[in-house]
Design a protein around this ligand. Structure first.
Ligand code: GTP
Ligand code: MG
Length: 227
């Protein structure tokens, strides 16, 4: 198939040059490219919802607080491609951008993060491709989460596509920190945030980690270990 550049062939420009049909074609291509990711995301979402509901019925409670799936927008795919120096062709985007489909699982306690990750990755149709354990080894700024890239088969009419999905698992405390850090820090030019404030954000991540340990201990003391 002919390689198409999804941004230099700007749909808007083509339309303005008087080719509204080309504009349509471009959007159809992009929607077709994103379609398998949408299905892969739906498959993962179903798997996690099944776990969450099933575990509600088990004696020691549901380890999943909430789940948020998201599909990367075309603008954010383009921005990441620029960051990675990745050509704007579907084949290259598919190979280089592995978080087009993403799902975040927020768990109650740190041990739940690993329990849920294991429950998912041991399913025979879930292929674990990459694990980045930022809980065992937090980022320099204090960011903690367990990141997995998994591939999940999506059955189309004439083929099976292994769709990559980025799964981020974290505790409520890690999620609280990451969400607010994103607001406080990411909105600003990194060089504009003074080192003292950056250090304080990192210290806050450590406070959150201590709180995680404490809450898990309290839960264990009251309810015993999760079965
Ligand atoms: P991206 O290009 O951002 O996707 O990063 P990456 O491909 O190097 O992967 P990484 O595992 O480092 O991070 C993936 C995602 O984790 C990001 O898109 C964020 O959602 C989240 N993340 C990673 N680092 C941080 C951080 O320092 N703060 C916050 N708030 N989120 C982070
Ligand atoms: Mg990302």
């Amino acid at each position: 198939m002919e390689k198409r550049d999804v941004t230099t062939d700007q749909p808007g420009q083509l339309a303005r040059r008087g080719h509204p049909e080309a504009w349509h074609e471009q959007y159809a291509d992009l929607n077709h490219f994103l379609m398998v990711y949408k299905f892969g995301l739906a498959e993962m979402n179903t798997k996690i919802t099944i776990l969450a509901e099933e575990l509600t019925h088990r004696g020691s409670g549901n380890p999943i607080e909430h789940i948020s799936p998201r599909l990367k927008t075309p603008a954010s795919i383009t921005a990441k491609a620029h960051r990675l120096n990745c050509p704007l062709h579907f084949d290259d985007l598919r190979a280089r951008i592995r978080d087009i489909a993403g799902i975040r699982i927020v768990c109650s306690f740190v041990s739940d993060v690993y329990t849920v990750a294991n429950m998912l990755t041991r399913q025979p149709d879930v292929n674990l491709v990459v694990t980045k354990d930022y809980i065992a080894k937090p980022k320099a700024n204090g960011y903690r989460s367990l990141h997995l890239i998994v591939e999940i088969p999506v059955f189309m009419s004439d083929r099976v596509v292994a769709v990559p999905v980025e799964v981020q698992l974290r505790t409520v405390a890690m999620d609280f920190w990451a969400s607010l850090e994103h607001k406080i820090y990411y909105k600003h030019d990194p060089d504009v945030v003074p080192p003292r404030l950056r250090d304080e954000l990192t210290a806050a991540a450590e406070d959150a980690a201590r709180l995680d340990l404490r809450m898990e201990r309290l839960h264990r003391e009251i309810h015993g270990p999760r079965r």
